[in-house]
Design a protein around this ligand. Sequence first.
Ligand code: ADP
Ligand code: MG
Length: 457
Amino acid sequence: MMTNDTWGEARETLQTTIGKNNYQTWIEPLTFVSCENGVAEFGVQTSFQGDWVSRNFGDEILRQFEKLGASVDRLKFSVQANRRPPVAQSSPARENFVTKPARRPAISDEPVLGAPLDKRFTFDRFVVGKPNELAHAASRRVAEGGPVSFNPLFLYGGVGLGKTHLMHAIAWELQTRSPELKVVYLSAEQFMYRFIQALRDKQMMDFKSLFRSVDVLMVDDVQFIAGKDSTQDEFFHTFNALIDQQKQIIISADRAPGEIDGLEERIRSRLQWGLVVDLHPTDYELRLGILQQKVEQYRAQYQELKITDGVLEFLAHRISNNVRVLEGALTRLFALASLVGREITLEMAQESLADILRQSDRKVTMDEIMRKTCDYYNVRMSDLLSPKRSRNIARPRQMAMWLAKLLTQRSYPEIGKRFGNRDHTTVIHAVRKIDELKAQDSQVAEDAELLRRMLEA
Ligand code: ADP
Ligand code: MG
């Protein structure tokens, strides 16, 4: 039997499993209504709150109930009319359900190959800016179907820059345009589990023929299989078989094929056959565009939302590259707005997002720059600081100085001092030298870009 006390106990644990911040923002405001026939009902202030809790914490809440021996199969969130904030609710009150994953009915008898697609990850909802325009254009092209133009399409970039979003968008689009196509999306990790399972159950023939029967195969986060030899092997065979049949393959990874350690050479080179495009870290304009779009969506879907001018600009300035972090911040603002029911000011935003802002503010230190540069060029820290001027040491040293100027607030004299007490003119010279070289020598340009990204990540 599930009671208010059970809920009290579950809440205790949730504080630690989902974190204090999430707990305070999302779980604390829930009111336990009742539990009947395995359905636990909670009151929420807005349907947004219910949506969010069910999507992000629903499974975790059910897990806690299960641990406590409460027989709850489903969660239900209903908007409580009397607790609604003064702002008018534009969409009718809705109820949200979360069901235990294991009890979801199977959709069809066919073996399910891929992972489910996220409804929100469509092209409509993908904001295009300079850093992602190439990746977007290539994805669009592939999504049009028709003759296979680049195979595979290899998308890479840092965490939270939209790789998975683009892959799902391609899948949605293809399914709409050509429902007869068998489009399969899954992560490299899932591919590995399927493979291991097939080996264990002695069903390799089925596994092979299943994967060879798809029209479009998308494998997300392929870096995961690096170093996992038999999975790589199988992946390679599947990959080749599909390419031979002119079937489209789309792959993503967190870095370029050439930079994935532990990837077999033959796979690496095959991945580079098609089109390789990267998603660059977001810039201010893109971040602002994404924030604006999400606010519009929130307004259209949930309710009126007043934000003081300048708040979104502030967030776009202050919050890092990672779009997921940006979304997290915005979501907290939405929660805040729905709880307080009045305009969100800059002060309110700053206060409620203090932790996120602090994290994003993380400045790169001189020490990190020096260490990463030494690792990258394989030189010793003592050499970097020494008076040695041979090229193989002077170049990394200049690069580190250039990075220090770019990524820290340190002055030329301060930088010089950290590099074995050098004069500020040496630093100025180094910065100029690297700027010059970057324009002439693509290797230097690439080194600079890679190091910058590694340090900013
Ligand atoms: P990755 O797979 O590269 O780590 P995701 O595709 O999961 O990143 O994106 C992280 C989150 O940011 C998702 O919620 C996604 O919808 C959102 N996002 C990323 N890029 C964009 C964009 N250009 N426009 C809108 N949303 C984006
Ligand atoms: Mg992803």
